[in-house]
Design a protein around this ligand. Sequence first.
Ligand code: ADP
Ligand code: MG
Length: 237
Amino acid sequence: MTALLETRGVWQRFGGLVANSDVSISVGRGEIVGLIGPNGAGKSTLFNLIAGVLPPTQGSIWFDGEDVTKMPAAERCQRGVGRTFQVVKSFETMSVIDNVIVGALVRNTVMREARRKAHEVLEFTGLAARADVLASDLVPAEKRRLEVARALATEPKLLLLDEVLTGLTPTEAQTGVALVRKVRETGITVLMVEHVMEIVMPLVDRAIVLDLGKVLVEGKPADVVRDPKVISAYLGD
Ligand code: ADP
Ligand code: MG
């Protein structure tokens, strides 16, 4: 069976800056893959290319057996690409439930159905008790979870998580890790960006390290953390 996601020789240039340089990665169905690397390595850029926020300067992106390189973000979301943003984009002046309904409306055009789906997702993510609170009143860890909830409400095949565990207390991070495991158990494939290796390595099946826009190393987490190239990339950070 083909991979769920593949990027083939993807480049992203911003003027003279090369944010992604010939990046070819693949994510198999049911995997949890970690995309790691120092700040500025090009991780969020690659997410934007996969989600369709940006068109790549060069190269192609394949999702679920289809070339989606030219497909707009909304259509990719319909096909099953769900994402969170590193900079939290929740609608602060809306309630938690309404934020999640926005996601659920991607697949449910009947409001009653969207609301039912949103409640189900809030249960799943442990936010049910906060349904009627304004998003702006959530603590940071809950805001991250709301981002995940909103992405889940779009019923993705692939969930792209951009630093959802960063900056959390160890206890909050463990709750987040448990949630990601639970997401995968429902059959959703996960590609997650994290800057801090200690958090992601125990969680992922495979790690891909980006550095200076290029794939530096990929493999099993235990091998990746010991790789001298990875160690020096992080020391230079
Ligand atoms: P990471 O997520 O790994 O920290 P990013 O993908 O955010 O890295 O950024 C990679 C590089 O591309 C950085 O040097 C950043 O400043 C640059 N960059 C990202 N987005 C843009 C943009 N829209 N315009 C210009 N430069 C950008
Ligand atoms: Mg980033």
